[in-house]
Design a protein around this ligand. Structure first.
Ligand SMILES: C[S@@+](CC[C@H](N)C(=O)[O-])C[C@H]1O[C@@H](n2cnc3c(N)ncnc32)[C@H](O)[C@@H]1O
Length: 492
């Protein structure tokens, strides 16, 4: 059946998905915030305040539902900007890269799975319908999070943007809600000879209310024809190495370098967007202190840009490797943040209570679609060597080293031919398999005293006496694939 005829059904099914996503129980996993007191953090958790500066591992519809409940309760402010960078319907598994060293010290870049952009046929339709339905459900859920003057930026490419644009217009209440269609143009390797090289993405900038939408005008250089001065009356002209130019209002075609193979900001996570792109979006639609939400967070570019420019942010992704990448970037930035884990409410009682709530219209209750549990995360074994050194009467210096790492070959998200290489690398230098190593008191929430990124040593001071005396230290290691392992070390 013609996909256009299916649009009303897709919107209906998307609304059902958005309605029926069960809110999750979002729990703090780690709080990297040495500025606000632990007591204040605990009090917030008790009150159900998720707060800002958060990375959440969980399904975006469930996370959006939970945030919505927090907004209704007044514990979370509405979002000033939501950025959505969903899978593009490439129908492929997106692979990133990770480098490992073999026993002789030789470096190898191997492909690892970042996330799947593969779609099965829907119950009553094609794979493309399944994609459109899920993407629209997220747009609907995201729109609900917006402040009255808020905006939603939707990042897509030629695979689906034209279809999603028509559906998103309907979700927002008409095409007048589309403020801009921004073309992000970039250079990248690889081009076919059978058609023009595809070197742009499309960003759809929607306003919840076009008359009230926050927008801060930016200027850009516009070079004169022939790079020569025009000398028009009243027009200020400037000159740089490239020639004469004027400052004009920024246009809707943006040339920004993509995150290339040699780019310093490259994390190895597939489809990472450039920091400069997110910064431009944040500058256009938010101010310091505003809340930015990203429901397809990936490598965490939105979090990094938001944190660096004083915006609060809540970013979620259902791939552990994505949250690990974002977390490592935040640790490197030294800015405060926390990691949360969204547990779906799938117990019989939870579902019954949820269905009984007034939120879901009666006629929709029968078609409840449960979101499956997040996929099983593989078990890894990590052995730590912990050394302590008495520094003075008050402090003990603690050093943690990774001395062994193990993962079952079938659990490695790499091609079968690379498994032996991973095993060799793990045996030669187990520490290189750990992307993030943390240590802190065994408390809820977990507040690491120190965190080390891949290749960095973990060293921290422990108080030796007084109220802050620690009973046990919890060491958490996250491997380069996003799997975690925890160990409790009791102080001797
Ligand atoms: C195109 S990538 C985002 C890239 C990101 N903007 C960046 O700069 O790295 C899309 C992300 O959406 C995540 N994703 C897909 N479906 C999701 C869902 N239902 N809930 C949460 N995250 C999802 C994928 O794991 C992937 O990391």
């Amino acid at each position: 059946m013609d996909i256009l005829n299916r649009f009303p059904d897709i919107l209906e099914a998307a609304q059902q998905q958005a309605d029926h996503a069960l809110p999750g129980d979002i729990r703090f996993e780690a709080v990297f915030d040495r500025h606000s007191g632990l007591e204040a953090q605990k009090a917030n958790i008790e009150k159900g305040i998720i707060g800002a500066g958060r990375l959440i591992l969980g399904d975006n519809l469930q996370v959006a539902k939970t945030l919505r409940a927090g907004m209704a309760a007044g514990t979370i402010p509405p979002a000033n900007l939501v950025y959505l960078d969903p899978p593009f319907f490439t129908r492929s598994v997106l692979t990133g890269t990770v480098a490992v060293r073999d026993a002789e010290g030789g470096s190898h870049v191997i492909a690892t799975e970042s996330f799947a952009d593969t779609w099965k046929d829907a119950e009553e339709g094609t794979a493309f319908e399944a994609y459109l339905t899920q993407t629209c459900a997220c747009i609907m859920a995201a729109r609900e999070l917006l402040a009255e003057d808020g905006s939603l930026w939707l990042h897509l490419d030629h695979h689906a943007v034209h279809y999603v644009k028509v559906l998103a217009d309907a979700i927002f209440g008409g095409p007048e809600h589309l403020m801009n269609e921004v073309i992000w143009q970039y250079k990248s390797g690889g081009a076919t000879k059978r058609r023009f090289a595809r070197k742009h993405d499309t960003l759809l900038f929607y306003a919840k209310d076009p008359r009230r939408c926050k927008f801060f005008l930016s200027k850009e250089k516009s070079y004169n024809r022939g790079r020569k001065p025009y000398r028009f009356k009243g027009v200020k002209e400037y000159r740089d190495d490239e020639g004469w130019y004027t400052w004009v209002n920024m246009k809707d075609v943006w040339q920004i370098d993509m995150v290339g193979r040699t780019s310093a900001e490259r994390t190895g996570y597939a489809t990472q967007k450039p920091y400069a792109l997110l910064l431009r979006i944040l500058n256009a639609c938010t101010r310091e202190g505003d809340l930015v939400v990203d429901l397809y967070g990936g490598s965490g570019t939105t979090a990094i840009a938001a944190a660096a420019y004083g915006r609060d942010y809540i970013l979620c992704d259902n791939a552990p490797a994505a949250i690990l990448t974002a977390e490592s970037r935040m640790v490197a930035s030294g800015l405060p943040f926390s990691v949360l884990c969204g547990h779906p409410l799938l117990g019989e009682e939870d579902i019954a209570a949820y269905l009984a709530s007034a939120e879901i219209p009666e006629e929709r209750k029968v078609r409840l679609r449960l979101i499956p549990h997040p996929p099983r995360t593989p078990e890894i074994t990590v052995r730590f060597d912990v050394e302590t050194e008495e520094v003075d009467a008050q402090r003990l210096l603690v050093r943690v080293r990774v001395s062994r790492y193990g993962i079952a070959p079938e659990d490695m998200p790499v091609k079968a031919r690379d498994r032996a290489l991973v095993e060799e690398a793990a045996a030669a230098d187990p520490a290189q398999m750990i992307a993030l190593l943390m240590a802190g008191p065994d408390e809820q929430p977990y507040r690491p005293l120190a965190a080390a990124r891949r290749g960095e040593a973990l060293e921290f001071f422990l108080p030796r006496s007084g109220g802050a005396q620690l009973q046990a230290i919890k060491i958490v290691a996250k491997d380069i694939f996003g799997n975690s392992c925890t160990e409790l070390v009791t102080r001797g």
